[in-house]
Each structure stands twice: as structure tokens, then as C-alpha cells.
Design a protein around this ligand. Structure first.
Ligand code: ASP
Length: 340
């Protein structure tokens, strides 16, 4: 199949073809690579790498969906695995570091027909946490397994196990060092004047995917290293069903990224579905209400992608950017980082 690739980044920064489509046709798979870095910190190299990473994930997920009997879960898992293997994203290989200098990964997946779900949290040796989440859903009676238990299960399930050093990347290590330094300076300053330094704008680059298959079944998944410099076994929204991930054929499939503590407290993914179910909102309206009204008022920064069974794809963010993209039934790909 011939892919027409549209890469719209701040007025076509990494444009690989012609114009944006006049109307959005039916989307079968959408992905995000996080709510982004502040625009003034973006480089052309990173833009290119992020566009390429999401494009590869969309192609892989779409190809998985073309196989006979393939489901939306296959598309979601395949797309997320591609981004977990790509060191540019904060998931799998490119995960951020904890305050203790470890990489602790979280992921979840859900399908919309029976609302089956699986999740893992705090894993340090599982190469592809999204596959572990799916295995929890399909091979256990549980929804979430954490830390060593999740790792023992992943080994038993025959998933790829790696050394913790597999997740060590220089970029994320430097990010932790910067965070630690800024924290020290803020503490010192606070003692002297009572005024903490303004916190550094956060870099969000968790990955996620939503898909619909030929049978009209939805699926959603999210995978992350969490927040850089996180402490004490902290777990964010990404592995929590209803917060970072949700899918229900009656409403939509959702994957979120952003300040996880807010996404948990606002049960963001479920809230988007609830607005569709109980207030009859469309998927974009529902996502905008939660992300750009409720969360924004509360000071929670981040974004969500959501897809309904008809292929209406919503991309909503109150952060400066949202790395996101989608592929339609005819194989047309669009990826974006910021708004114009
Ligand atoms: N939501 C993730 C978390 O709080 C972080 C992110 O989206 O980048 O763990």
C-alpha cells in the first residue's frame, strides 16, 4: 500500500508531502508520544525523530491490523511496542530515571467489548511493558501486577527480559541530573528568601495508542517511564484503568499523557467516556471538556487522544504541544507536534 505521509509540525516543519486533508476520514489507529517539550526547547533533529517514530508506529500498527483475524488490541500493542523500542519516547528503551537512578516502567491496555484490561507497574527488566500488560489481561485473573511479581510473571509468560541497563540512555540520565540540580538550587533559594525557583516546564513523552478494528471493537493502551525524578515507588496514571487508559465500545478508547497525579484524581480517561455516555457529547467535545476545562482549571497539564467506534479521533491538549498522529482506513498518515 502506498502511504501518503503528512507531517504537520508548526506549519509543516517536518512536512514529507503535500497538504492536510480537507476532512478527517475514518481513523483506525491513533497514537501519541506525549504532551511534549516546551516549543522553545524543541530542535529540528528531535522533531524529525519524533515524527519518524510515530510514523513507524502507525505503519506497524496498521500492518498488524491488516492481518486476517487481527484485532484493535493487536494494532495498539504493535504500535506501542514500536515506540517502546524507540529511545526518543519516555517508554520502554527511552524511559526516564527515578530519583534513585532506576528506570521503573508502567503500562496498561484495555479492550472495549468486554472491558477486559491488564496493567503492570514499576517493572525494571521487562523490555516491552505493554506486552506484559496484555499478558496480564489474557493469561491471569487479575488486572494489575506490580514490581517483582509482574517481572516474575513476564518471565513465566515468555516475554523478553533485559538487564536494567538496557533502559539507560544518556539523554534521560542528563534530564535527571538537571532535575536534581534544579531541586537543590530551589531548596537553597527557599531557605534564603522563602521563594522557590519556578519549576522547570515538564517534558511529557509517554506513549499511547487507540484503535478500532473491522468488527467495531475498540482498544486503548499506554506505556511510560513515568515522571523523571519520581520517588518511593511512585506510580502515575498510565497503568491505571480509568485514569490513563480506558476503552468501552459504547463510548470510546482513550490514552492520556501528562501530570499523572491530576489524571488519577480526575479519572480522566473514564471521565471522557462518561461525558459521552451520560451527556451525549461527541468524542472531541468530551475530551476538550475534561482536558481543556476541568483539568486546566485545576492546573493539571497534559493531553488525551480518544477514538470512537465510527473512527472519530479526538486529540485534546492543554499543554503547549501533543505529539500525536493517526492513520485512516486508506493508509493515510498524519503526525503533528504542536498547533499552528
Ligand atoms: N502520565 C505520566 C505519569 O504521570 C507521565 C507522562 O505522560 O509523561 O507517569
Amino acid at each position: 500500500m502506498r502511504f501518503v505521509l503528512l507531517c504537520v509540525v508548526a506549519c509543516l516543519v517536518c512536512d514529507l508531502s503535500a497538504a492536510e486533508p480537507a476532512a478527517v476520514p475514518r481513523v483506525v489507529l491513533g497514537v501519541h508520544g506525549g504532551a511534549g517539550v516546551p516549543r522553545n526547547e524543541m530542535t529540528p533533529e528531535l522533531e524529525k525523530a519524533l515524527c519518524a517514530g510515530m510514523t513507524a508506529a502507525l505503519k506497524a500498527g496498521h500492518a498488524a491490523l491488516q492481518k486476517p483475524g487481527a484485532t484493535s488490541l493487536d494494532a495498539v500493542e504493535t504500535a506501542i511496542r514500536a515506540m517502546e523500542d524507540d529511545r526518543e519516547f519516555n517508554a520502554g528503551r527511552g524511559a526516564v530515571f527515578t530519583n534513585a537512578g532506576r528506570n521503573e516502567l508502567d503500562a496498561s491496555i484495555m479492550e472495549g467489548r468486554l472491558r477486559k484490561a491488564g496493567a503492570v507497574a514499576g517493572v525494571t527488566v521487562v523490555k516491552n511493558p505493554i506486552s506484559a500488560a496484555r499478558a496480564v489481561m489474557e493469561k491471569t485473573k487479575h488486572v494489575m501486577l506490580v514490581t517483582q511479581g509482574a517481572e516474575a510473571f513476564a518471565k513465566e509468560a515468555g516475554l523478553d527480559i533485559v538487564e536494567p541497563s538496557y533502559f539507560h540512555t544518556e539523554k534521560r540520565w542528563q534530564q535527571l541530573q538537571d532535575g536534581l540540580r534544579e531541586e537543590r538550587e530551589a531548596n537553597e533559594k527557599q531557605k534564603g528568601t522563602g521563594l522557590p525557583l519556578a519549576p522547570r516546564p515538564y517534558e511529557w513523552s509517554t506513549v499511547g495508542a487507540v484503535a478500532v478494528d473491522a468488527l467495531g471493537n475498540l482498544a486503548a493502551g499506554t506505556s511510560t517511564g513515568g515522571m523523571s525524578n519520581k520517588r518511593y515507588g511512585r506510580v502515575g496514571d498510565s497503568p491505571i484503568i480509568g485514569a490513563g487508559t480506558f476503552a468501552d465500545n459504547a463510548t470510546c478508547a482513550v490514552s492520556c499523557t501528562g501530570h499523572g497525579e491530576y489524571f488519577i484524581r480526575w479519572a480522566v480517561a473514564h471521565e471522557i467516556a462518561s461525558l459521552m455516555r451520560y451527556r451525549g457529547l461527541g468524542v472531541q467535545q468530551a475530551a476538550d471538556d475534561v482536558i481543556n476545562v476541568q483539568l486546566k482549571q485545576a492546573g493539571g497539564e497534559g493531553a488525551a487522544i480518544a477514538l470512537d467506534v465510527k473512527g472519530n479521533f479526538a486529540m485534546s491538549h492543554n499543554s503547549e504541544g501533543l505529539y500525536r498522529g493517526y492513520i485512516t482506513t486508506d493508509g493515510q498518515i498524519t503526525v503533528m507536534l504542536y498547533d499552528k
